[in-house]
Ligand binder design. Structure first.
Ligand code: FAD
Length: 383
């Protein structure tokens, strides 16, 4: 594998970086403090292609290659964790199942709508109040056929973007017998009768990324809103999460990069014992470790994205990238605060926000424990 980016990828990186530096990063503090989603920047992301990273051009998307998609999310993470998570969930979770498995009518109806920047976004609801890691055994939201419609009843938890989405792809149980072929994915428009979105959850960080409980009370949608095949919901979800994990790795690397840059700048300026703290070996080692780990995580990120682009198996590598990048980002942010001393603990400095935001990354889209389980299973299967 050639680890250098192509000219097109470098040009794309520059374009996205400049956009994020102008439209996203300057608002990061404000969206966190006000718990508001950055709609102004998001509107402008449509024409840039950031809302249709995996969506083919025929359906209004940008259809960029997987490394370019990772680069875009990395840049967004560098600018604002909240905005990055919302856009990653929109692309990787809310749009991908339709791109991969949706029928032609679903593709034509929804993909151009959510990728333009003129409308709301997309969301995916897997997690429930009583089930997250164990979707196969734990999902209780159910859907039954009634004439030409599915009738959905149940409750979901922690749905990113629910209040800013046109639709929520909902993982439901369609076979009450259970088992690995008892789940399905169904698209539920957010304006459906009986679909209720709870207030934004109060979280430790990522305040600019709305997360909600969602309840379904006799929500009726056409049978055609089934995504892919009935009974293949678990398999489709796991494949979607492989891609989503590349996205979370990318965001985490962007956040770590931002934390590292802030720490480097501060270490050069702050003086103690008559010289900049950057001249103390203890500080230099933290900086050296951060730069090394970021570079390693980025290499693994690009490798997993490259495998995906080649159409090769990449689930193990995506889990490795997510596991390493998210845990690395937390370490880097922790040390960036250490380098800032007391000021690192102040909300006057951005590192405090980044540390709170990054904490989610080892949990969402499969915890670190689940990533290790995925990796070990593949290793034991001889991969
Ligand atoms: C801000 C935020 C945004 C989110 N966005 C979405 C979203 O858009 N859509 C969505 O569907 N979900 C979303 N989630 C939910 C998230 O994906 C889940 O929280 C996560 O998958 C873990 O599930 P859980 O919280 O139910 O934890 P549990 O599954 O109950 O796990 C609790 C603990 O047990 C551990 N554990 C569980 N099983 C095992 C095992 N077999 N071996 C070892 N350890 C194990 C876990 O690693 C964890 O440490 C979001 C969550 C948050 C906080």
């Amino acid at each position: 594998m050639d680890f250098d980016l192509t000219q097109e990828q470098k040009a794309w990186q520059k374009t996205v970086h400049e956009f994020v530096a102008k439209e996203v990063r300057p608002k990061a503090r404000e969206v966190d403090a006000a718990s508001e989603f950055n709609w102004d920047a998001t509107r402008k992301m449509g024409p840039l292609g950031l809302l249709g990273l995996n969506i083919p051009e025929t359906y209004g998307g940008a259809g960029v290659d997987s490394i370019s998609a990772a680069i875009a999310l990395e840049e967004l993470g560098w600018g604002c964790g909240s905005t990055a998570l919302a856009i990653a969930a929109h692309n990787g979770l809310g749009s991908t199942p339709i791109v991969l498995y949706g029928n032609e009518s679903l593709k034509q109806t929804w993909l151009p709508l959510v990728s333009s920047g003129k409308n709301k976004l997309a969301a995916l609801a897997l997690t429930e109040p009583g089930a997250g890691s164990d979707l196969q055994g734990g999902v209780t939201t159910r859907a039954v056929k009634d004439g030409n419609e599915w009738v959905i009843n149940g409750a979901k938890m922690w749905c990113t973007n629910a209040s800013i989405a046109e639709y929520i792809i909902t993982l439901v149980r369609t076979d009450p017998q259970g088992g690995s072929h008892s789940l399905s994915q169904i698209l539920a428009p957010t304006n459906s009768k009986g679909l209720k979105i709870g207030p934004a959850e109060k979280k430790m960080g990522l305040h600019g990324s709305p997360t909600h409980a969602v309840t379904y009370e006799d929500v009726r949608v056409p049978l055609d809103n089934l995504i892919g095949e009935e009974g293949k919901g678990l398999q489709q979800t796991l494949a979607t999460l492989d891609g989503g994990r590349v996205g979370i790795a990318a965001i985490s690397i962007g956040m770590a990069q931002a934390a590292f840059e802030y720490a480097l700048e501060y270490a050069r300026e702050r003086k103690a014992f008559g010289k900049p703290i950057a001249e103390q070996q203890a500080i230099q080692w933290m900086l050296a470790d951060a730069a090394t780990e970021i570079e390693l995580a980025r290499t693994m990120l690009y490798k997993s994205a490259w495998l995906k682009e080649q159409g090769r198996s990449y689930g193990k590598e995506a889990a490795m990238a997510k596991l390493f990048a998210t845990e690395m980002a937390e370490r880097v942010c922790r040390n960036a605060i250490q380098i800032h001393g007391g000021y690192g603990y102040s909300s006057e400095y951005p590192i405090e926000r980044i540390y709170r935001d990054v904490r989610l990354m080892t949990i969402g889209e499969g915890t670190s424990e689940i990533q290790r389980m995925v990796i070990a299973r593949r290793l034991l299967a001889g991969e």
